[in-house]
Ligand binder design. Sequence first.
Ligand code: FCB
Length: 477
Amino acid sequence: MSNPAPSPGVGVLDQGTELTFPSGFLWGAATAAYQIEGAATEDGRGPSIWDTFSHTEGTVVAGHTGDVACDHYHRLASDVSLMADLGLKSYRFSVSWPRVQPTGSGPANAKGLDFYRRLVDDLLDSDIEPWLTLYHWDLPQRLEDEGGWPARDTAARFADYTRLVVDALGDRVRHWTTLNEPWCSAFLGYGSGVHAPGRTDSAAAVRAGHHLMLGHGLAVQALRAARPDAQVGVTVNLYPVDPATDSPEDVDAARRIDGLANRFFLDPLLRGSYPQDVRDDLRRICDFGHVRDGDLAVIATPLDLVGINYYSRHVVAAGPPEPASSGFVSGSTWPGSEDVRFVSRGVPVTDMQWEIDAPGLVETLRRVHDEYTDLPLYVTENGSAFVDTVVDGRVDDVDRVAYFDAHLRAAHAAISAGVPLGGYFAWSLMDNFEWAWGFTKRFGMIYVDYDDDQARIPKSSARWYAEVIRRNGLAAQ
Ligand code: FCB
């Protein structure tokens, strides 16, 4: 299938006194299953790697788990009402693989699918377009026991699971994302081990990255076969990577980190090949013998759109390595580039200590458009954690409003520069389980009071975003 023309309205601006977005721009908010659903053992759901990992001592801050999370599983209807109050045009959620297929193979668990049927029906009844992500990191534990993503068979299992989901929901869901952020699954899950399943094996991380992308390609083909009209994409997390100085060593450090963070995924997915320099950098770790003939053609199966998650920028310098990462390490976040230092520029940061860099969003979108594809792009996540306090029943999160405002202006600038940007999803609809940080980091536009019966309190950012959606833009500055 060839790349379709962008839908009408994508990337076409109305000029006016306001910063108006193209008509039909898809204003959304995003969440992920393990971060909000809870009900970890209900209705036949099997354990995922995140259940096992979060129940392992020393993995998640304060021993938090997603057992209950935001209890969204039991609050689906009222949560969808909150989305309708915001005026959301779309809601990006993920399906929990072990809820649908408790051991990662075999028939579907009907009760698990029923939950997503109800969710999708409620969304459609509220005129909110469902945007379904098939994999947001919760691999069934059984599949990890059988080798996990470093094992080739997991890719085939993912395609089987995709068929179950599209058979159940394909008549109602138009937008499909295969994977969320394969870099995190591969390099945090199997490299540094700070995410589930917590393995620290660089070679396994490289293989995992490949099999995730292979699973993606097979899933795209399964979706196309079942629903030729589906809009299918993948979501990658991208960063501009700058050298701290123009010394050749720093420039090379930036090339290497850009290779692992961005091009390791963009090139196979959108060009059908691994970048040669990245393969060379990784030679000492992995011979790429796991890549079989034909894999890259599957991985590069044409898409309808590309999802981009954007949070920050990396500025890097060549060594000397931090003591903790010196010498040969069996696993790392940046295999083969453990000597690279991440340099802080001293600019304002969020509660994650991520530097706030809205121009980086323009650069990222333009790069993907200029260097890789004419496909419509969507910002499938962008947002910030800040320390929120409830005062008189209100949360006035001015820093988060400023973050969204700056990044939406950047998104608008990218559109003005010719990027076919079709939509923007705020991360996140509500506060939730922030992976290794547990509930200690709040990204939501809706505050969740975990200690007071999960009360939901829309923050100032929720009201602000509702107004942006209502006027389809921002006031010009
Ligand atoms: C992204 C994840 C998402 C959330 C945000 C803050 O990497 O996709 O689940 O944790 O970061």
